[in-house]
Design a protein around this ligand. Structure first.
Ligand SMILES: Nc1ncnc2c1ncn2[C@@H]1O[C@H](COP(=O)(O)OP(=O)(O)OP(=O)(O)O)[C@@H](O)[C@H]1O
Length: 339
């Protein structure tokens, strides 16, 4: 197994919400631990509000965790860099956001974003360097003089990726990088990410609620529910043999072309409950579940990655994974058409 580039231990993040009269605390991330190995793509999947972006923002050092450790190459960066991320950390760990338009100031040309990133990190912004950056993400040199609004959503996201690449990062935190793009251009951006992993050995944390794209892109997958990571392992193993009831619910929401409704109504009702009430485990309320906190159980191993689950009601796989296979097939077909 590849050594971890970045390790997270006991990461917890609370937010204060409400007014002065009704102040309360929301625990967005609760005691989360995982490793991001060098050169591998790790997907973090889960419904809206489960805490995925908060983890990414803590790792990008845009939020200060309430508790826990972030170890970059074994160094506890929250302890050693108390005043904020060092330039070396920012160079190693870059973030790509969901909204490629929001992350590029509309008053500047593309040349500005790339030049600034290169210069800030003490690198040459010579024309060849700019050209190389653009071509590495599948764009052409003439786009240097374009404004963000003159590019398509997919092209803007490629510019955002080029800007991240300018500092030669070792890890890219990609928070829903394709969710605002047309389906037809999503696969191109996913393929670009895969190429960066293979050609440049860049590790990625790929955050998404789209299980099909996680299965398509990632080496390993972690499933997040109500602020906790409840299942993890080889991406295909987690998707094809989900052991946690919540993973199975997420998979059940992948539309099934063989059913007119697309959803199993019972599964859909439970998923709805889980989303509407994300702080309570829906499987704990029916009396079948132990009250004690579930420990990690290893349920298998694939490609050298242990497949683990934290749930009292872990279960063997069912046929729902077939729908995900279909979604991945569709992506592969789109890839062939786009090529
Ligand atoms: N700045 C903040 N202040 C208060 N609460 C916050 C803040 N940021 C996130 N939260 C809360 O933390 C929880 C997790 O949010 P987060 O954005 O991390 O989830 P997510 O899984 O990334 O969802 P989405 O895909 O919708 O962004 C939610 O309940 C959210 O309302």
């Amino acid at each position: 197994m590849t050594a971890p580039l970045l390790s997270v231990r006991g990461l917890t993040k609370d937010f204060q919400v409400g007014t002065v009269f009704s102040r309360r605390r929301v625990r967005a991330v609760n005691d989360v631990s995982f490793d991001l190995p060098a050169g591998l793509i790790t997907a973090l999947v889960g419904e809206s509000g489960s805490g995925k972006s908060t983890i990414a923002r803590c790792l990008a050092r845009l939020e200060a965790p309430t508790a826990g450790q972030v170890l970059l190459n074994g160094k506890d960066v929250l302890r050693t860099e108390r005043r904020g991320a060092s330039r070396a950390y920012r160079r190693t760990v870059q973030m790509v956001f969901q909204d490629p338009f929001g992350s590029l100031n509309p008053v500047h040309r593309i040349e500005h974003f790339l030049t600034r990133a290169l210069v800030l990190h003490g690198r040459s912004a010579a024309p060849e360097a700019l050209r190389e950056l653009l071509t590495s993400v599948g764009l052409t040199e003439d786009m240097l003089h374009s404004y963000p609004h003159e590019l398509s959503g997919g092209q803007r996201q490629r510019v955002a990726i080029a800007r991240a690449l300018a500092v030669e990062p070792k890890l890219i935190l990609a928070d829903e990088p394709t969710s605002m793009l047309d389906v037809s251009v999503r696969v191109g951006v996913l393929n670009l990410m895969r190429r960066l992993r293979t050609d440049r050995d860049i590790a990625m944390l790929y955050i998404t609620h789209d299980l099909g794209s996680a299965r398509y892109l990632a080496d390993t997958t972690m499933v997040m529910f109500a602020g906790e990571i409840v299942e993890g392992g080889d991406a295909l193993a987690v998707m094809d043999a989900p052991a946690h009831p919540y993973t199975r619910l997420l998979l059940s929401a992948v539309p099934d072309p063989r059913r007119s409704s697309g959803y199993d109504p019972i599964e859909r009702a439970r998923l709805r409950d889980a989303i509407l009430n994300p702080t309570a485990c829906p499987y704990g309320s029916d009396g079948t579940c132990s009250r004690t906190e579930p420990v990690r159980h290893i349920v298998g191993e694939d490609q050298g990655h242990p497949h683990w689950v934290r749930c009292h009601l872990r279960a063997p796989a069912t046929g729902i994974a077939n729908r995900l296979l279909k979604a991945t097939d569709d992506l592969k077909k789109a890839e062939t058409t786009a090529a």
